[in-house]
Design a protein around this ligand. Structure first.
Ligand code: NAP
Length: 287
């Protein structure tokens, strides 16, 4: 990488960020597209967010990503929000638009793109979401925007599922939304089209764990695990044995990054056609 006076800085702020794969996704893309840009991670502690945003603005940084724990707390420091960011209530991408910091959310978009790439259409379908945290919120909101028929929000802590359900019902009164626990007592299993695991259960190093029992579902079920390390979680391994379609979280991760780049560079066709190249490079980090 040839860094000189023309090189622009983009970055990720969060805590922790040391193991994030984002610099690999973005710098590989810059290399392929011959963009004179570099992407770095910056660890920003919770009580330093305001200062960090002030600093980024003073330096006229053109764009940055935001991760845990700042995705919600950053809202109060921004000058505007995209439709998705407003509905989700969280931001993972910021663009400098003529000196104003505008917040976007590409997590749900990345998830939807990974379905589109596999020709999976969720319109009028019933989807079971496991978890009610940030990823569940982004994915459930985007699924609601895409016109699903029914969402089940099943979470370890019932109150978390209840809160997300209430928020979604207010925003999308025409969609049926129910909540329950990971025992799935409220779920009519045969009518579930896809299950999306938005909990960290099964993530490295606790790779033997599985979030729910996979019994009683239809044979055409799609299993989506937002986890990408390991590449095949126990959840997906068991699903595969049962003949289900399985998708891991790597495609969502790459696509949310590519959507961020599209917000910054506005070169959709050039960016997304490099998805496979980036995926091959990332594979070695998640096996
Ligand atoms: P979060 O906001 O902290 O939410 C975590 C959720 O998981 C909560 O609903 C929590 O339930 C549940 N949970 C945590 N530990 C659990 C356990 N031992 N058993 C059952 N449920 C448990 O985190 P997040 O940002 O949503 O991330 C969740 C997962 O999504 C992570 O695995 C992350 O890797 C993945 N993710 C992937 C991508 C991607 O691009 N592929 C992007 C974002 C996130 P309680 O309410 O009961 O605590």
């Amino acid at each position: 990488m040839n860094i000189n006076w023309e090189t622009e800085l983009y970055c990720l702020i969060g805590d922790p960020v040391s193991k994030s794969l984002s610099p690999i996704i973005h710098n590989e893309l810059y290399k392929i597209l011959k963009e004179k840009k570099v992407y770095l991670n910056f660890e920003v502690k919770e009580d330093k967010l305001k200062d960090a945003i002030k600093g980024l603005k003073s330096m006229n940084i053109q764009g940055f990503n935001v991760t845990i724990p700042h995705k919600i707390s950053i809202l109060k420091y921004l000058d505007g929000l995209s439709k998705e960011a407003k509905l989700i209530g969280a931001v993972n991408t910021v663009k400098n638009e003529n000196g104003k910091f505008i917040g976007y959310n590409t997590d749900g978009l990345g998830f939807m793109k990974s379905l589109l790439d596999k020709n999976i259409d969720v319109e009028n379908k019933n989807v079971l979401i496991l978890g009610a945290g940030g990823a569940a919120n982004g994915i459930a909101t985007t699924l609601a925007m895409a016109g699903v028929k029914k969402l089940y929000i099943n979470n370890r802590t019932i109150s978390g599922g209840e809160a997300l359900t209430k928020k979604l019902k207010n925003q999308f009164p025409n969609i049926q939304i129910e909540y329950g626990s990971l025992k799935l007592e409220n779920v009519f299993k045969k009518e579930v089209f896809m299950i999306v695991n938005c909990t960290p259960v099964g993530m490295y190093p606790f790779t033997e764990a599985i979030p729910i029992k996979l019994e009683g579902f239809s044979k055409d079920l799609i299993l989506y695990d937002t986890i990408y390390k390991p590449y095949m979680t126990q959840f997906l391994k068991e699903g595969k044995k049962l003949g289900y379609t399985t998708i891991n979280g790597l495609s969502m991760l790459i696509n949310q990054g590519l959507y961020s780049q599209n917000i910054w560079l506005n070169k959709e066709e050039k960016i997304f056609k490099n998805y496979e190249k980036i995926r091959r490079i990332l594979n070695q980090y998640v096996e």
